[in-house]
Design a protein around this ligand. Structure first.
Ligand SMILES: NC(=O)c1ccc[n+]([C@@H]2O[C@H](COP(=O)([O-])OP(=O)(O)OC[C@H]3O[C@@H](n4cnc5c(N)ncnc54)[C@H](O)[C@@H]3O)[C@@H](O)[C@H]2O)c1
Length: 260
């Protein structure tokens, strides 16, 4: 039997990048998936590709109501919810504190932390009753920036450290009903967008000059990941059969930052 047969997941930021790879892998493993994303065009393409296995809400993770709509839709369409994957996030162009204009700092901080931290809390809170009912689980996307400096700028790195704290506290608060874990990717070939106000440029992560080479050279495994490289770990943590005693834990999928 497939690892997630007849399970139902909610994936935020599931229209592109790592989230999209997780959605496709969960479907391969037998799950049905409700996706919240801000990108209407990519959501529509996903819905066309998987009309029976996916339902979508176009919205913003910073809105609690948008998260609530996804949970309601998942339960209405697929009858239950077993896993919440918090994944949508934005980057900061590696901007150090010294390079952010003082008049921009508060607004960039507010937007980035609302998306990267409040967005996960909203998804968890909206999913709680349904996950308690299914004795389900939560998997949050962290980053090597949740543990080490230098893989992002001041805003992104501090927000991802906050996600590690969120995982530990939620694992404590939600035990024994709901397991809470994280997957921590390193540099991955995606078009992750950055928050406004920290750089005059506006380009996706994998368009930044030298991103591929510098990120590959920064880790012992000497390459950057494709989104699909991380997905087995999400399946493992979303499966109550495969990881029944694991909670409060983050699995690293980062090319070996710890071994640098
Ligand atoms: N790409 C990397 O190198 C890398 C490395 C480590 C961790 N991560 C983490 O992986 C996760 C996914 O990032 P990615 O690289 O796949 O980026 P991505 O931009 O390819 O995917 C993120 C998705 O989230 C959506 N999104 C962004 N803001 C949103 C909002 N406010 N509301 C709803 N949806 C929103 C985007 O439209 C997009 O579909 C993030 O948590 C990121 O921090 C990425």
């Amino acid at each position: 039997m497939s690892a997630l047969e007849s399970k139902v997941a909610f994936v935020s930021g599931g229209a592109d990048g790592i989230g999209l790879a997780v959605v496709e892998r969960f479907i391969q493993e037998g799950a049905r998936v409700a996706v919240l994303d801000i990108n209407q065009e990519k959501l529509a393409a996903l819905q066309v590709q998987h009309p029976e296995r996916v339902c979508t809400v176009c919205g913003d993770v910073t809105s609690y109501e948008d998260n609530q709509k996804v949970v309601e839709l998942a339960v209405q369409r697929f009858g239950r919810l077993d896993t919440f994957v918090g994944n949508a996030a934005i980057f900061d162009y590696f901007a150090p504190l010294s390079r952010i204009q003082s008049e921009q700092l508060a607004s960039s901080f507010d937007r980035l932390f609302r998306v990267n931290v409040l967005g996960y809390m909203n998804g968890v809170k909206a999913s709680l009753d349904a996950l308690k009912a299914s004795q389900g689980n939560i998997v949050l996307t962290v980053s090597n920036s949740g543990f080490y400096p230098g893989g992002g700028g001041i805003l992104y790195v501090t927000s991802k450290h906050a996600v590690v704290g969120l995982i530990k506290q939620l694992a404590y608060e939600l035990a024994p009903d709901i397991r809470v874990n994280g997957v921590s990717p390193g540099a991955t070939d995606t078009e992750m967008k950055s928050v406004e106000g920290v750089s005059r440029k506006s380009q996706p992560l994998n368009h930044i000059d030298g991103f591929h080479e510098k990120a590959a050279q920064a880790v012992p495994l000497k390459r950057i990941a494709a989104p699909a490289d991380h997905t087995s770990l999400y399946v493992l943590l979303a499966s109550n059969e495969q990881s029944p005693m694991t909670t409060g834990c983050v699995i690293h999928s980062d090319g070996g930052w710890i071994a640098r």
